[in-house]
Design a protein around this ligand. Structure first.
Ligand code: HEM
Length: 485
């Protein structure tokens, strides 16, 4: 084996990597020790800002394989043929805690997929929950502030968490989900992923459909109770990372089956629930699951920083045949992510290997900026239109246009006939077995009983009671019992 030579950043050989250069034995260090200066300075710059949410995560590469024909609904090339495979990268995450937090906590999980398709990268940035806490992006920074560490105490505060929910009745559905059994997945492999939002598919004929994505885990759903989770966190704060890494290293490749619910665009206006309200599901009896394909993870990244920390997903990275719906939350996200990446990773984050297209090439007139590695050659013009056979637009829209009407203004989301903040939360509660209900109530009471103000507690209990009177009564009794202790 040839012995490799240690070098400086500029490639010069390093004479001594154990002792810094000093003025005599025991004397002060010399400024001329280039290797020492470079090593310390580089070390100081190893960290970049962590994600403002979903800071903590794990990722892996794999592929998506089409198993069922969906060409009647979308012209997306990567979904065009049964048997077709597309390389992908998936990053899982927790939401609220910082990079150094623990994995086995009660929190939604991120489920962000980057499909490296031949028509460009398609990012589906979802969660392990089919719904979300709020329905308007203007509330997102307040919501996240209330769930993350308090700026004074430096830790998550039950007062803040529950105060926000007290003022957000639309969160009752997602809170019921989060406080239930699925609130703490046993691992990233043992949970489902959801696109959560409604998206739009467009077929070759230009017909539009609204779709919801469901990735069902083939490992089976496994969850932890609050007590089990506390034990796991004590033993291995990185339990999800350990599990994913080791399972793929052992060749036990986790997989998910992708299903979609499909709604013809014309049915959206009169559906009993607002189909663009992220706090609502579409019951499967209304729109059944249709299988599309399977997603398999089979390769761990070689470097967590380069490939997981620097991974950048944007819900507005669409490909032909897939587009946004008018869901206001989704519309807000179409701005927020790429903006976050420009801040966190820089304007050329799309050129990093994990983010760059793999099955096609990006070819446009964007140039320069920090760390640009794709700047064209001397023959490539940096403006368009031009007379030099540079890349041109296709004149083919990616997805069908969305019909709009009305006046500009700060409108609340439209209410469909069955829409309110509580009905679906009540349906979820009533679906649970008696044991599940008991654990749900205990989990809620465990947090809510720590709140210092009675009015905040009462408002939250009123939301659960509005979902189902029995649900409200049981939470109230459990909270009172804990507060009297
Ligand atoms: C208006 C609402 C939302 C806003 C403004 C928002 C904003 C953000 C921002 C700024 C990040 C950090 C991005 C980065 O630095 O890389 C992020 C990460 C993430 N968000 Fe959201 N978010 C919203 C709602 C949602 C919803 C509804 C979902 C799921 C359905 C979701 C899933 C995720 C995931 C999975 C990540 C981590 C992506 C990764 O692994 O890099 N977010 N979000």
């Amino acid at each position: 084996m040839v012995q490799r030579v240690l070098t400086t950043e500029s490639g010069a050989p390093v004479a001594d990597n154990q002792n810094s250069a000093t003025a005599g034995v025991g004397g002060p260090i010399l400024l001329q020790d280039q290797h020492l200066l470079e090593k310390l300075a580089r070390f100081n710059r190893e960290r970049i800002p962590e994600r403002v949410v979903h800071a903590r995560g794990s990722g892996a590469y794999g592929f998506f394989e089409v198993t069922d024909d969906v060409t009647a609904y979308t012209k997306a090339a990567f979904l065009s043929e049964v048997g077709k495979k597309t390389e992908l990268f998936l990053r899982f995450s927790t939401v609220a805690d910082s990079l150094g937090g623990a994995d086995a906590v009660r929190d939604p999980r991120g489920f962000a997929v980057k499909f490296y398709t031949e028509e460009g990268n398609y990012d589906l940035v979802g969660n392990n929950t089919p719904v979300f806490f709020i329905k308007d992006p203007i509330k997102f920074p307040d919501f996240i502030h209330s769930q993350k560490r308090d700026p004074f105490t430096g830790k998550q505060e039950p007062d803040n968490v529950w105060d926000f929910w007290a003022h957000s009745p639309e969160a009752t559905h997602q809170v019921t989900w989060l406080m239930g059994d699925r609130g703490i997945p046993a691992s990233y492999r043992h949970m489902n992923g959801y696109g959560s939002h409604t998206y739009q598919w467009t077929n070759e004929a230009g017909e539009a459909f609204f779709v919801k994505y469901h990735f069902k885990t083939n490992q089976g759903i496994r969850c932890l109770s609050a007590e089990q989770a506390a034990e796991v966190v004590g033993k291995d704060a990185n339990s999800h990372q350990t599990d994913l890494l080791q399972s793929i290293e052992r060749g036990v490749n986790p997989s998910w089956t992708l299903y979609v619910q499909i709604m013809p665009a014309a049915e959206a206006a009169d559906y009993r629930f607002n189909p663009f309200d992220l706090t609502k599901v579409w019951p499967h009896a209304d729109y059944p699951l249709q299988r599309v394909g399977r997603l398999v993870l089979d390769r761990n990244p070689d470097n967590v920083f380069a490939e997981v920390e620097q991974a950048a997903f944007s819900p507005n990275n669409f490909v032909p045949g897939i587009g946004p719906s008018p869901d206001k939350m989704l519309q807000g996200r179409l701005f927020a992510y790429a903006d976050a990446h420009r801040y966190r990773l820089g304007v050329n984050h799309t050129q990093l290997p994990v983010n760059a297209p793999k099955a096609t090439v990006a070819d446009n007139y964007g140039r320069d900026g920090f760390m640009a590695t794709r700047n064209g050659s001397r023959h490539d013009k940096n403006y368009e239109p031009n007379s030099y056979s540079g890349p041109r637009q296709t004149d083919v829209p990616l997805s069908a246009p969305l019909a709009i009407h009305g006046w500009t203004g700060t409108h609340a989301a439209p209410q469909h006939t069955k829409d309110d903040d509580f009905f679906q939360a009540g349906e979820l509660y009533r679906l649970m077995s008696e044991d599940e209900k008991a654990r749900l109530v205990a989990n809620i009471a465990g947090g809510l009983s720590q709140v210092s103000r009675e009015d905040i507690i009462e408002k939250n209990i009123a939301h659960f009671a509005a979902a189902d009177p029995e649900y409200g009564r049981r939470v109230e009794e459990a909270v009172r019992a804990l507060r009297e202790d």
